[in-house]
Design a protein around this ligand. Structure first.
Ligand SMILES: O=C(O)C[C@H](O)C(=O)O
Ligand code: SF4
Length: 510
């Protein structure tokens, strides 16, 4: 199978950089349904632009290229040991070529292996079948949406929807709750895979398998088809919207599967995938490893809308241009809903840095500065200069235990991330005079283009995503979702969506 390794490389590049046609169509439908001129419409327009940019640049759609997960079906006699070696080499090369971010981290030491190879990574599932060809599918599912997966053990008492029993109606309540609890943090609008039954492990596996189905296919099981239709018809009523900004579209796809369970257990497992739903597959000649066909229709067949029309409709929104160092006075002027455009210096920092800064000094003066929750994909050229290949925001709520203290300790004025932060940060923003800016999750190409220069880097020992990158940006736009006057759009959307969730309490499937 001379060409198997090369085919795996092509599969990785296509999956990471070119969103398939069915996913693109689902995003286009969302754009059609969203009200013009809203924050959600603006975000969808950025997402759409980002999809096109990733395809043109052959660069990652989102900087978090996830846990590479391969599903291989092969005829009896195909050498799985060799295939595994080839997949590993293809992953290594794709990482070296900045098509994947180095994402494999030692869970005890925090050390990043640098090449996406480590114990348990990449994930490869082999299965034999009686067909003559090899079928390999790949899912690149990032950490932010992975964190929003949820598993229910029925019967349960669920916030909003109340008692969920061991029947289809109980399952319905779990699914509605799963979408609510994700809010915008998994980069909504999302796609969900639901696994009914199994044990804790196989239930989640079944849920992830559902993500391999086409967005528009119909479930062969009539009960599950009914459930999927119900969820698709009702989830958007929660009003969470794109990025949790509120809006008409919260869910882009729902697929459910069922397997047997133990008498004592009844698990409902939900795998939440962001809008950047990266999955592709190839059909291979089993003798040569050459690609014969692609499993999912390629994205290049479905052009995304050009930006323009919808932004014009959002005229009237206040826009502020800021350059660090920013003063308290400038920050106090900002209100939830304003658009802020940053020019000049910006510094990345995420989990490792926030923990570190709690009891150490910062390597530079951060007074009046902007911190960006971002773990970029980087590459170094021959002259030793760094370039940003993909740089969207990461989920900010993970920094909630630290952010308020760090803001005050170092005099930061703006925090950029996605998904919002909690009450502790909101209180610190109010007390100190700071603002939280929500960037569009997954729009990694869009933001990479705003980064004009990499000044320097600290803490490379934390690994590329966790290092502190000092950047120069131009026209970096984000929306104020938490201001210095105690307002939080995230708290508002959470509250209103919980009220709407409660409207789904009454039994539907008897
Ligand atoms: O790790 C990242 O860059 C982002 C992550 O996928 C997230 O959604 O928070
Ligand atoms: S940042 Fe958003 S789009 Fe990217 S992997 Fe995380 S959840 Fe998905």
């Amino acid at each position: 199978m001379k060409q198997f390794q090369e085919s795996m490389y092509k599969l990785i590049v296509e999956t990471s950089t070119n969103l398939p046609a069915d996913v693109r169509r689902a995003i286009q439908r969302a754009q059609e349904h969203e009200d013009e001129g809203t924050r959600a419409a603006l975000s969808l327009s950025t997402i759409s632009e980002n999809i096109t940019m990733a395809e043109c640049n052959v660069s990652p759609i989102c900087q978090d290229t996830g846990m590479p997960t391969f599903f291989v079906h092969c005829p009896v006699g195909a050498n799985q040991i060799e295939m595994k070696k080839d997949i590993i080499e293809a992953v290594r090369l794709a990482t070296k070529n900045s098509k994947l971010r180095p994402n494999s981290v030692d869970s005890l030491t925090g050390a990043n292996s640098g090449d996406n190879i480590g114990p348990g990574v990449p994930v490869i599932h082999f299965e034999q079948w009686e067909k003559d060809h090899i079928d390999v599918r790949l899912i690149l599912k990032g950490g932010g949406c992975e964190n929003k997966n949820i598993q229910y053990s029925l019967p349960a008492e669920l916030e909003g929807v109340g008692k969920a029993g061991r029947d289809l109606d109980g399952i319905r309540k779990c699914v509605m709750h799963a979408i609510y609890q994700a809010q915008g943090q998994g980069c909504s609008a999302g796609f969900i895979g639901v696994g009914i039954g199994g044990d804790r492990t196989t239930g989640y596996e079944l849920a992830k398998h559902q993500l391999l189905r086409g967005v528009d296919d119909v479930n062969a099981n009539p009960e599950l088809a009914k459930l999927e239709d119900y969820v698709m018809a009702n989830a958007n009523k929660l009003g969470i919207g794109t990025m949790g900004f509120g809006g008409q579209v919260t869910l882009l796809g729902c697929k459910a599967g069922v397997m047997d369970r133990l008498p004592a257990s009844f698990f409902v497992s939900v795998a939440y995938n962001c809008w950047a739903f990266r999955r592709q597959g190839v059909v291979l000649d089993a003798a040569t490893g050459e690609i014969k066909d692609w499993v999912y229709e390629g994205g290049s067949n479905v052009a995304m809308a050009e930006p323009g029309q919808r932004e014009n409709a959002s005229e009237g929104r206040r826009e502020f241009v800021l350059q660090a160092p920013i003063t308290e006075e400038q920050i106090r002027e900002l209100r939830v809903g304003d658009v802020v455009v940053i020019n000049g210096a910006m510094h990345t920092g995420r989990d490792a840095l926030h923990k570190y800064l709690m009891d150490h000094d910062a390597p530079i003066d951060l007074n009046g500065h902007v911190i960006y929750h971002c773990g970029p994909v980087m590459s170094k050229d021959e002259s030793g200069e760094w370039h940003v290949r993909a740089a969207g925001p990461t989920t900010s709520i993970r920094e909630e235990p630290y952010q308020g203290d760090i803001l005050k300790k170092f005099g930061l004025r703006a925090v950029i991330g996605k998904g919002g932060m909690g009450p502790k940060t909101l209180a610190a923003l109010q007390e100190h005079g700071g603002v939280y800016l929500n960037a569009i999750g997954g729009a990694a190409q869009y933001y990479a283009e705003c980064i004009k220069k990499v000044d320097s880097v600290h803490f490379m020992e934390f690994g590329v995503p966790e290092a502190m990158w000092h950047l120069q940006v131009e026209g970096f736009a984000a929306i104020v979702t938490m201001d210095s006057h105690g307002n939080s759009l995230h708290a508002e959307v959470d509250k209103s969506s919980l009220e709407k969730l409660a409207e789904f309490k009454q039994p539907v499937f008897k």
